[in-house]
Design a protein around this ligand. Structure first.
Ligand SMILES: Nc1ncnc2c1ncn2[C@@H]1O[C@H](COP(=O)(O)OP(=O)(O)OP(=O)(O)O)[C@@H](O)[C@H]1O
Ligand SMILES: [Mg+2]
Length: 506
């Protein structure tokens, strides 16, 4: 016996002739947690889709052994039967089904005779959510009632319900709050203690450092190194990922913000389900030319609601007075907002950012298609030239602009959405969680781009849950809490403690 619970040997996988994985080996022992690290598009999710039979046996080369015996799963169901459970990077919940129905999808508890045992499932659902410290969820309501962070925890609960021997967590924490992440890490620790083997994928390397025993780094589909965590630190992981030392995480560029160009006055947003409740409560702020304004706050503080309201994209009732260059503007729909010179890169890329049926290029030029219109047709050549330029400018990794947008890795989809909005040449660019799921190297590139745009006079609003990032790139920081503005600080060596204290005070 090898002593390994799981062995992947020489895994290779191509998409349309282009290799995504090129002979990767990975082993797991019971109770071990592996941190699978690599840049956007390195092949992490693909490798885990091979393991969990999203790509069935026969669609890739190499071998998987479980308990020393070949595993040739033809379907996710078969790999789950072998004890391999995956929590996907993109949420897989069915919005219309209840929380309970989602948790038990394909795994239902039935009564003798075959009818669903809803009381038993609801009870088990509640217990599972309690384990995740998720107390304010009504399990009989549709899962779409709840926001991104909650949905992510529900997705995790769904996996915990399956008694995994190997649990794969692909970016499980990207929309979780700091507290929720703590709970998640504790759960992973508990599973490890019970002998469950885990593969943890995250671009938040402090989590990887906290939870993983072994680090496996892949780059361009190739295995780079396997190292025990106690023999390396975060900087060494980064160096292996990007293939060079990265001395700084945040670029710098000398700039001086100019006069006030944008003002939001008395923004109030009402809760969709409970219209008497305010998600944003009378918030006003201003923004200077070339200024980068960070908006910090805990998840649920109303930051996303605030910026979607400014962009005319808030789905419920809201009031907002928006001023640009001294004029009151009408930005009550996204189209109007774009025409006035606003742009928003939304937080929820899957639902509001990309058009799944279109290719990479079409997604990028979507917002400026009119520019390529020649009478009744579209000048495809001119369009392609712009697309190629954009792909190069953001270092977007795709084999071709004609591939489906959904074939891009998560981080590269994010770059495509950013590029789409930049093409509108906005005066005010609003970024909601712009680096979610983006690797360290590409983050640096995005920050650099933000600084350059700001230096050219673009004003930028950035909502981010990563406090380090807010402090790393912003000139000024607004802090929100429970829908209200709780602080407005010039970022002159502003500390995390100051911002957190403002977010938490009432
Ligand atoms: N269905 C597909 N068709 C074509 N190419 C694909 C497909 N799925 C993935 N790829 C390509 O395979 C490579 C690896 O993608 P993968 O999603 O595994 O990256 P990743 O390491 O998970 O990145 P991220 O950190 O951004 O999530 C990328 O170049 C991607 O474009
Ligand atoms: Mg991925």
């Amino acid at each position: 016996m090898s002593g390994y619970l799981l062995e992947m040997k020489g895994i290779a996988k191509k998409f349309g002739g282009v290799p995504a994985l090129d002979g990767i080996d990975l082993t797991l022992k019971a109770g071990e947690c592996i941190g699978l690290c690599g840049e956007n598009g390195a092949g992490k999710s693909t490798l885990m889709k091979v393991l969990s039979a999203v790509y069935p046996h026969g669609t890739w080369d190499g071998q998987i052994l479980m308990d020393g015996k070949p595993l040739e799963a033809q379907s996710i169901r078969e790999s789950e039967a072998a004890g391999i459970v995956i929590i996907h990077q993109e949420l897989m919940l069915v919005p219309e089904l209840s929380v309970t129905e989602n948790l038990f999808l394909g795994n239902e508890i039935t009564l003798p005779g075959g009818r669903m045992d809803y009381p038993a499932m609801n009870q088990r659902a509640e217990a599972l959510l309690k384990e995740l410290n998720l107390r304010d969820v009504n399990v009989v309501l549709p899962v779409s009632t709840y926001g991104g962070g909650h949905q992510q925890l529900i997705e995790i609960a769904k996996a915990l319900n399956k008694n995994a021997r190997v649990l794969i967590l692909d970016e499980p924490s990207s929309s979780l709050t700091a507290n929720e992440i703590k709970v998640l890490l504790d759960i992973v620790r508990g599973l490890k203690a019970k002998g469950v083997a885990c593969v943890y994928i995250s671009h938040k390397l402090d989590e990887v450092e906290a939870i993983c025993d072994t680090i496996v780094v892949i780059r361009d589909g190739k295995h780079i190194a396997t190292t025990p965590m106690d023999r390396m630190d975060v900087n060494q992981i980064i160096a292996q990922m990007v293939g060079r030392e990265m001395s700084q995480m945040y670029p710098t560029l000398e700039r001086t913000p100019g006069e006030v160009v944008f003002e939001a006055r008395n923004v109030t947003c009402y809760d969709l389900d409970r219209p008497e409740r305010k998600k944003v409560d009378n918030v006003s702020f201003s923004l200077r030319r070339g200024e980068i304004l960070g908006i910090a706050g805990l998840v649920g503080a109303g930051r996303t609601e605030l910026v979607t309201a400014l962009f005319g994209a808030y789905p419920g009732r809201c009031e907002a007075e928006v001023w640009l260059e001294g004029q009151r503007i009408d930005s009550r729909t996204p189209l109007k907002a774009i025409r006035c010179g606003l742009a928003l890169v939304p937080e929820d890329r899957k639902h509001h950012g990309i058009v799944r049926d279109m290719d990479v290029g079409q997604n990028i030029t979507l917002s400026v298609l009119g520019r390529f219109a020649r009478f009744t047709r579209i000048d495809r050549e001119a369009e392609l030239a712009v697309v190629s330029e954009e792909i190069a400018r953001l270092g977007l990794k795709t084999a071709s602009p004609f591939l489906s947008i959904t074939s891009l890795s998560g981080g590269n989809q994010q770059k495509a959405v950013l590029s789409k909005m930049l093409l509108t040449k906005p005066k005010v660019l609003i970024l909601d969680e712009p680096t979610r799921g983006v690797d360290v190297g590409a983050k640096f590139e995005i920050y650099k781009l933000m600084l350059e745009l700001a230096a050219q006079g673009m004003s930028i609003i950035m909502v981010s849950s990563e406090l380090a990032e807010v402090l790393g790139v912003s000139d000024r920081v607004l802090v929100m809490g429970e829908g209200k503005l709780r602080g407005d600080f010039v970022n002159d060596n502003l500390s995390q403690e100051t911002v957190l204290a403002a977010a938490l005070t009432h």
